[in-house]
Design a binder for this molecule. Structure first.
Ligand code: HEC
Length: 482
């Protein structure tokens, strides 16, 4: 191969650019760039295609022992160096660089330096047989590696995967509201642009603390204050608005998804809250259930219609009756202990018994009459009888409740004699049992015989406060649905 001529000025230019590039590689975290250079960085995605094509061409020419035109060599090396430097300008805006970006930078920077060395020592390299072939091979590998990480940064980590179904996968029976619901909504719709590698608006959306820290315009969420939370403000803007998220061209969130995010923030943006911590009629619980089973509403669709006036007539200060959702005829009933208890209040519910899907009678002095009313609620899925004088034999008359999924009977006098009853409830998923007459062995045998059942045998004090607080004292939550 003929020796290539190298104009001195060009050699100095390459040397200068190489030194500058190495400086960027090492000190990138410490330099603050003037805005013009930041702007030049935006050219990076545009110009990077030239060096890729040129370098691959050059490497192939070398591998097939063809003559490399000196002008082509010069243009290639210059374009590689400039592209790498523009990449640093682009990345300098990003404060928290993710792994992908760091790898892309070192591979790209290394590739540029290696190309400059190749140009400078081309005569020596072409004389040595082994190096002569490994050099172009190495260049090809580096081009592929750099491009691979670059692609992952711009297209998301899995851009080569098969297109995903836009489904949220399997959601557990009693989901963690953040981990299983809200984080999944954000992951699918927002995180592609708000992750450590690509932090648009300086906002990271991969954890609650990152959301609270927020981006350029402050916190993205303010727990208990959805109205002033930046993500809710943006989600609710008209779709044409420049600030609407996700930006134009991306699928906007559904109303249900927006509502869930909003309610989750309203409830304090907790990372430990679970669906079963919430009363069945509370707005967040209703939304989540709809999200988990879009056809749940249709399951209740052919319930006998109940008029609002009926609900008003049956309800009282100590008995709240709510529709599970606006249009639904499925009802959630919460009773509280009045100063003077009269079973008639509860027994009046008979007229709507087959519409009741949730019933909370915690702490009421129930007797046979109330229990036989409960047995008539054939669609009941959720029942709370904790702190009541219920007995093994009374409980047994409830084994007709084939839809029952959730049962609280802690702080009662029931014994191991109730174990056959629990086994008869084929749909039972969650059982709250502590402070009862059941023996340890009894509980163990129940657990072994019914694998799909989650038995909650005791709770920590703080949680106990939570349950007791939300169980028996009328709270604002219950009236907020009206
Ligand atoms: C296609 C990329 C993309 C997607 C997807 C995306 N965003 Fe953004 N986001 C941006 C860009 C770019 C900015 C900065 C420009 C601006 O402030 O409008 C931004 C800024 C933001 C900000 C303001 C940050 C601040 O402090 O200034 C919030 C809040 C936000 N996005 C929320 C979301 C939410 C919620 C989603 C998902 C529903 C989402 N984004 C999805 C690109 C995206």
């Amino acid at each position: 191969m003929a020796t290539i001529s190298r104009p001195t000025w060009f050699n100095y230019l390459l040397l200068g650019l190489s030194v500058f590039l190495i400086f960027c590689l090492v000190f990138s975290a410490y330099i603050e760039l003037p805005p013009l250079l930041n702007w030049l960085g935006k050219l990076h995605p545009l110009i990077l295609h030239f060096p890729i094509v040129l370098l691959l061409g050059l490497a192939l020419l070398a591998l097939f022992k063809k003559h490399i035109p000196p002008a082509l060599f010069r243009i290639t090396v210059l374009s590689v160096l400039l592209t790498a430097i523009s990449g640093f300008f682009l990345a300098s805006e990003i404060t928290d660089k993710g792994d992908l970006l760091v790898r892309h930078q070192w591979l790209g920077g290394g590739l540029a330096i290696l190309s400059a060395l190749w140009y400078a020592f081309e005569d020596e390299i072409s004389q040595k047989k082994i190096i002569k072939n490994t050099f172009p091979g190495l260049i090809i590998l580096l081009v592929l590696g750099t491009g691979h990480y670059g692609g992952m940064i711009t297209h998301g980590e899995d851009f080569l995967d098969f297109p995903k179904m836009t489904s949220y996968g399997k959601i557990p029976e009693n989901p963690m509201v953040y981990q299983d619901i809200t984080a999944r909504i954000l992951d699918q719709n927002c995180v592609s642009c708000h992750n450590p590698n690509k932090k648009k608006g300086e906002l990271l959306m991969t954890s609650i603390s990152a959301l609270q820290k927020g981006g350029k315009s402050g916190p993205a969420i303010i727990p208990k204050n959805a109205e002033e939370s930046e993500i809710i403000r943006r989600l609710k803007l008209p779709k044409e608005d420049e600030e609407h998220m996700p930006p134009e061209g991306k699928k906007p969130l559904s109303q249900l998804e927006v509502d869930i995010l909003e309610q989750w923030i309203t409830y304090g943006a907790s990372d430990t809250l679970q669906l079963y911590d919430l009363n069945e009629a509370e707005p967040l619980a209703v939304l989540i259930r709809e999200f988990m089973a879009p056809d749940a509403a249709s399951k209740w669709a052919n319930f006998t219609p109940v008029a609002d006036s009926t609900l008003e007539r049956l309800g009282s200060d100590y008995l709240t009756i709510n529709r599970i959702s606006d249009q639904s005829n499925a009802l959630a009933v919460d009773a509280y202990l009045p100063p003077e208890y009269d079973s008639k209040q509860i027994l009046k519910l008979q007229t709507v018994s087959s519409n009741i899907v949730e019933l909370d009678l915690s702490r009421l002095p129930l007797g046979e009459a109330e229990i036989s009313l409960i047995a008539q609620c054939k669609n009941l899925e959720w029942l709370e009888l904790d702190g009541t004088p219920v007995t093994d034999s009374l409980l047994d008359s409830l084994s007709v409740l084939s839809q029952l999924r959730f049962l609280k009977v802690y702080s009662t006098d029931i014994t191991d004699k109730s174990i056959p009853f629990f086994k008869k409830l084929k749909n039972l998923k969650q059982l709250y049992l502590w402070d009862t007459g059941l023996s340890k062995e009894g509980l163990e045998s129940l657990g072994e015989l019914t694998p799909g059942l989650f038995i909650n045998e005791g709770i920590e004090e703080p949680l106990k406060d939570f349950f007791i607080n939300t169980d028996s004292i009328p709270t604002q939550h219950n009236s907020s649905l009206k």
